[in-house]
Write a protein that binds this ligand. Structure first.
Ligand code: GLP
Length: 265
């Protein structure tokens, strides 16, 4: 995996935006529009804002035909709730960049059809041709999407129960931990690792421990994000604070400084 340590969150966003745009551009020129995997949470917001800014300035690629798949969704929210991840990704990214709602997908949390939601989502991803690049954040407990510690490294999309840590972390969107739904649908770690390129973003000191466990710790369900170590094409983009607990920090910097010009992420 390639670990890139940048000075600021803005630099992380800019490099992530370059990478997404490259995938969208090559899809457009090949006539096979890109399939993007999107993450919610605060971390990717700066990347989405950067992509939107470039599109508005006329510097972005065409998003015609691009399809997107969210990582996860809350279960039990009323229809159209503003904190549902589908509503969130439309509001924060896809509406502004011009990807129509019918091409923006997320796991379906409808109560009546919940037992088949996982397999239907897996089938939808396959039918779209698979996810080319998947944006990921990381939870402070090492979770990826909503795969909490203990999740099978081979898991597929399914229902999960959030940990108390995650409900506390996400309370800021709901007012209190008690208002955060207990259940979610999430792509599994096995689903995530089927994407062609995994682009994990982490910024801020609060992520430093989870990042160190994911990147330099053992591969273990105890730290779900450590599954990245098993994937052939992973880029971990960090700011200084999120990288601060990495033991091989100097080496990662040396590798990136000497990266050949022809080699993208
Ligand atoms: C949520 C999401 C994850 C995200 C994590 C970190 O739990 N399900 O996909 O990576 O939060 O979010 P943030 O970027 O806000 O720290």
């Amino acid at each position: 995996m390639e670990v890139v340590v940048l000075d600021t969150p803005a630099e992380v966003a800019s490099l992530a935006a370059d990478t997404i745009e490259d995938v969208v551009r090559s899809g457009a020129s090949a006539g096979t529009p890109a399939v993007l995997g999107l993450a919610t949470g605060s971390t990717p917001l700066a990347t989405y804002d950067e992509l939107i800014r470039r599109a508005r300035d006329g510097r972005g690629p065409s998003y015609d035909g691009v399809e997107t798949f969210n990582l996860d969704e809350y279960v039990g929210l009323p229809d159209g709730h503003e904190q549902s991840y589908l509503a969130t990704i439309r509001r924060e990214f896809t509406d502004a960049i011009g990807i129509p709602p019918e091409r923006v997908h997320g796991p379906d949390p409808t109560a009546e059809t919940l037992p088949t939601a996982g397999e239907r989502y897996e089938a939808a991803i396959v039918a779209a041709g698979g996810i080319e690049v998947q944006i990921l954040g990381i939870g402070s407990d090492g979770h990826l999407a909503f795969n909490e510690p203990g999740s099978s490294l081979a898991s597929l999309t399914r229902i999960k129960t959030l940990t108390a840590t995650t409900r506390k972390d996400n309370a800021r969107f709901f007012g209190s931990p008690d208002a955060v739904p207990r259940h979610v649908l999430t792509q599994g770690l096995g689903t995530i690792t089927r994407a062609g390129h995994l682009l994990m973003l982490a910024t801020g000191e609060g992520k430093a421990e989870a990042v160190a466990a994911a990147v330099e710790g053992p591969v273990s369900a105890t730290c779900p994000a450590s599954v990245l170590q098993l994937h052939p094409h992973v880029s971990v983009l960090l700011d200084e604070a999120a990288a601060s607990r990495l033991v091989r920090l100097d080496y990662y910097r040396e590798v990136y400084a000497g990266k050949p010009d022809w080699q993208g992420l």
